[in-house]
Design a protein around this ligand. Structure first.
Ligand SMILES: [Zn+2]
Length: 317
């Protein structure tokens, strides 16, 4: 039985635990939605492509605009209903990325990407889930203006939660793409990899899209085998996280490695190797002698690694 290593209170994972009631039953209630757009406490999150528009108030940033303020930023290509916060409606505005670029010259606004906002803690953590919802939904609209069935332009219905094709009558729903992200472990060691796009010191869990006709467990075993040549047996679920880059859900897992020889798929990874719990702990704490790090606490990889550092192979039970 491995010794437990207590790392203290867990940090907060990003984009989870939305405070909004999605109030899906109201999405086709046009009269109520019209009233909502004039609601005194209505709030709008404004996104354009990968960027989010924030108000600056002194040193602080505020992601919520009134509907009037949001309209003043530019014409929204989409206006989606996100839900209610204590009865106050929340919307997402999708601006053209070019319109957002033009706003960069304004010194009462800060325009940056959602990852930076989350990692740097530029806004209250309670705003990250509705911003993730807005970004994923607005991004889906931007990529699905035409019917994949017949090629005709489609219309937005259900307050942004469906697009209908007037020609072939197909209905299209916002999609969420499942990604498995996992730590394969063997005794006191877990395997991490490095993608070429990572910062030079960062190592993370292996990850990949689940494919059609595959269970989560099968996707975990296939991805670990493809990327590192390691066969896995038991797979256990850890937790999940919305990941709006552009529209994924990260499904966090741990996997029991059955072999330890690594054969790296150089098309996918720059490097992969085993790390023991002590080394992983130093990376989580940003105390590694060579400066190696894990992803920050907003990302689920941090929490998967942390659970293994704390509980060792007991995390598989
Ligand atoms: Zn169609």
């Amino acid at each position: 039985m491995p010794a437990r290593l207590d790392l203290g209170p867990p940090p907060r994972l990003g984009y989870i635990a939305s405070p909004l009631d999605r109030a899906a039953a109201l999405r086709n209630d046009a009269a109520t939605l019209r009233k909502f757009s004039e609601h005194a406490r209505a709030g709008v999150y404004v996104v354009g492509g990968e960027l989010v528009v924030l108000k600056t108030i002194g040193e602080d940033c505020d992601p919520l605009f009134s509907p009037g303020e949001a309209r003043g930023l530019g014409a929204a290509r989409e206006n989606v209903f996100l839900g209610l916060l204590d009865g106050a409606p929340r919307f997402g505005f999708g601006l053209d990325p070019e319109a957002v670029e033009r706003l960069k010259s304004r010194n009462d606004l800060k325009i940056t990407d959602l990852r930076s906002i989350a990692v740097q803690g530029l806004i209250g953590a309670e705003h990250l889930p509705p911003l993730a919802e807005a970004k994923a939904l607005v991004g889906w609209h931007a990529r699905h203006r035409f019917c994949p069935n017949c090629g005709s332009p489609t219309n937005v219905v259900e307050a942004g939660w469906r697009r209908d094709c007037p020609a072939c009558k197909a209905q299209h729903f916002p999609r969420t793409d499942p990604v498995v992200i996992m730590l394969a472990i063997l005794g006191d060691r877990g395997v991490l990899g490095r993608s070429r796009r990572f910062a030079p010191t960062m190592w993370s869990c292996l990850a990949g899209f689940a494919e059609p006709g595959e269970t989560i467990e099968e996707a975990v075993r296939r991805e670990v085998l493809e990327e590192t040549g390691i066969a896995c047996g038991r797979v256990t679920y850890f937790a999940s996280q919305p990941w709006p880059f552009p529209s994924s859900i990260m499904i966090g897992c741990l996997a029991e490695a059955l072999s330890d020889t690594i054969v790296i798929d150089r098309d996918e990874l720059e490097d992969a190797r085993w790390f023991d719990r002590e080394e992983l702990a130093s990376m989580l704490k940003r105390q590694h002698p060579q400066g190696l790090t894990t992803p920050p606490p907003v990302a689920i990889a941090h929490h998967i690694i942390r659970s293994f550092v704390e509980d060792g192979c007991n995390v598989l039970r």
